[in-house]
Design a protein around this ligand. Structure first.
Ligand code: UD2
Length: 314
């Protein structure tokens, strides 16, 4: 029986893909995760339905037998974060570039069906024009952005020269339940959620007028499944965003409104490697993959806040 593989399947986005696959009736889902940032608790309610393998994508021999013959591989395992990659570039280089190469090699040698790769909107860097379209030249501003872009190029080259089916999805600041707020490198909205529930001021780096196309995790999981099925897209890269644009000041204001509190944010210096504005043009993803994001920012934030409010969250 052919199976699905989700690398980083115990992580925030990977576990959402696992749940979506099972929801669609997938009978065998193999999760590859080294639990560096992933957590088994993210898979708690589906634990009995999956094959969890604690393995590291940096070690080809660990992952090759697991990937062999897969119907599709969703490659989510990564060390994210722009500032982490600046402060400590070696681990993210090894995981994001060497690890991605290993996954592609394992898929090719093991004759897997298709690799859907978690790329990043950071590849664009600062562009003159918004929204950002896939035809724009990339301008990575950090090791992380470059590493994720390199993965895209590897996907495209494996498609061209080896005939491996690949699709890269440039995620745009994904947020939602299960995003881990426990590290200074965590996604900003998870840090905002934790701060508001603890009635603390968050720190905003810069003036807070930088903007992001915050994309709800279930919309990204759905897009992954569509990308695994779409026809005539091999080797291509698509924006996996929502299409909107919210400033950090707006996001913090919304959380204060939802909680009925007034807590002015603290402001610190701008963060090195930061992109100023980010917004996805989703025309190509809608046309070729059937992308159809369902969650408005308000709705996604409400759902996410409810999740963080649970005593078992984190
Ligand atoms: C980048 C990518 C995103 C994804 C992510 C993975 C862009 C535009 N986006 O997200 O697609 O690949 O990397 O890590 O490149 N901030 C604060 N206070 C905090 C933490 C963050 O103000 O306590 C700011 C930060 O300076 C930035 C914004 O919030 O301007 C978003 O930061 P982030 O780390 O959540 O995500 P970002 O945009 O680096």
């Amino acid at each position: 029986m052919s199976h699905y593989v989700v690398t980083g399947g115990a992580g925030f986005i990977g576990s959402a893909i696992v749940r979506r696959l099972l929801g669609e009736g997938a009978r065998k889902v193999v999760v590859i995760d080294n639990l560096l940032t992933g957590r088994e608790s993210n898979l708690e309610e589906v634990r009995a339905s999956i094959d969890f393998q604690r393995a590291d994508i940096r070690r080809y021999e660990e992952i090759a037998p697991l990937v062999r013959g897969a119907a599709a591989v969703f490659h989510e395992a990564a060390i994210p974060s722009v500032p982490r990659s600046i402060e400590d570039p070696v681990p993210s280089h090894e995981v994001n570039i060497d690890g991605t190469f290993n996954v592609l090699r394992a898929a090719r040698e093991g004759q897997a069906g298709r690799v859907v790769y978690a790329a990043s909107s950071s590849a664009y860097g600062d562009t003159q024009v918004l929204p950002k379209v896939e035809t724009m030249a990339p301008h990575p501003k950090s090791p992380y952005a470059l590493q994720k872009l390199t993965g895209e190029y590897y996907c495209s080259v494996f498609s061209q020269v080896y005939g491996l089916e690949t699709v890269a999805l440039r995620y745009f600041n994904v947020y939602g339940p299960r995003q881990d707020p426990s590290s200074p490198y965590s996604g900003v909205l998870s840090l905002f959620m934790k701060a508001i529930l603890e009635r603390r001021a968050p720190t905003i780096f810069g003036d807070g007028e930088q903007s992001r196309d915050f994309t709800y995790v279930d919309d990204v999981a759905e897009l992954n499944l569509k990308a695994a099925r779409a026809k005539n897209v091999s080797g291509r890269t698509y924006n996996g965003g929502n299409g909107g644009r919210i400033t950090l000041n707006e996001a913090w204001a919304l959380l204060q409104k939802l909680e009925g509190v007034t807590i002015p944010a603290k402001y610190g210096p701008p963060r090195p490697g930061d992109v100023r504005d980010s917004q996805a043009d989703i025309v190509a993803a809608v046309r070729d993959l059937g992308h159809a994001p369902r969650f408005s920012f308000d709705e996604g934030m409400r759902r996410t806040l409810e999740w963080y409010r649970q005593p078992t969250a984190e």
